[in-house]
Design a protein around this ligand. Structure first.
Ligand code: SAM
Length: 249
């Protein structure tokens, strides 16, 4: 936690970011306490499975991993438990309330030696070129202000041959699933979000809108290639509701 407090003093105030960034950060601050509970309810627990599958795409001999947009540090925790014992993970996020929840989970899990939580922005990552063996990001890049800049930054900080594993909502592949998913995400999801977290900032209405506005599987793969990645493959999960893109530098 000390790391977080020191970082907070050094980091620019939220007001200096783009309008989208500020709005997104207000939303995550307001739901941080309920984020994990809501995630489990709204995905019917599936997010744990998706996250394990994403971590499995990282090279098992990775020593230094960045979990970008780590939020409450779920992916960092799964990675720390499943990668080799020497692996160190930097769990980075712009949002302090989310990171504080994550930092407490890391302490409770006894994994402070393996995971460090830091406040950082995805568009300008405070790391040298080729610093990381792998980058994992879950449900973050849909929210960033500058998607191409973020992908280029990730490519820059990866070692040659290093992997970006990106777990993100995507486009369901079956028309019937798209219709069901539309009803779920525009009706049920905002209602449950409001009931559970008393959300007044509209985060659970923003969520489906941001998913629709985000590139689909092929669109994201193209952006990754344009950002400097040599190869990109993706795997649909749960009928394409989410996809895991693995991009290699
Ligand atoms: C939906 S949460 C995902 C948290 C976690 N990765 C998970 O899978 O449960 C998205 C996270 O991305 C972070 N985020 C959004 N924009 C960001 C940016 N520009 N830089 C760093 N983090 C960002 C948010 O603060 C939030 O914690």
């Amino acid at each position: 936690m000390q790391t977080l407090e020191r970082q907070a003093e050094r980091t620019q105030p939220a007001g200096t970011g783009s309008e989208k960034e500020q709005a997104v950060q207000r939303m995550f601050s307001s739901i941080a306490r309920y984020y994990d509970l809501n995630n489990s309810l709204l995905s019917l627990g599936l997010h744990h499975y998706w996250k394990r599958q994403a971590v499995a795409q990282l090279a098992s001999d990775s020593n230094l991993i960045l979990d970008l947009g780590a939020g409450t540090a779920d992916l960092a925790l799964v990675a720390a438990r499943s990668l080799n014992g020497n692996a160190r993970i930097v769990a980075a996020d712009l949002n302090l309330p989310m990171l504080k929840v994550g930092s407490r989970k890391v302490s409770r899990a006894g994994l402070c030696e393996h995971i460090v939580c830091v406040q950082a922005t995805a568009e300008r990552i405070c790391a040298g070129d080729a610093a990381f063996d792998g980058v994992i990001t879950g449900f973050c890049i849909r929210n960033v202000g500058e998607l191409s800049m973020t992908l280029q930054e990730i490519c820059r900080i990866l070692k040659p041959g290093g992997r970006l594993v990106c777990l993100e909502f995507s486009r369901p592949v079956f028309p019937w699933l798209r219709r069901l998913y539309d009803w779920y995400s525009f009706t049920l999801l905002p209602w449950v979000g409001r009931k559970v977290s008393g959300d007044k900032t509209g985060v659970y209405s923003y969520l489906p809108a941001s998913i629709r506005a985000f590139p689909d599987q092929e669109g994201l793969a193209t952006l990754m290639r344009e950002s400097g990645f040599a190869t990109v493959v993706y795997r649909n999960m749960t009928g394409g509701i989410v996809a895991i893109h693995t991009a290699t530098k």
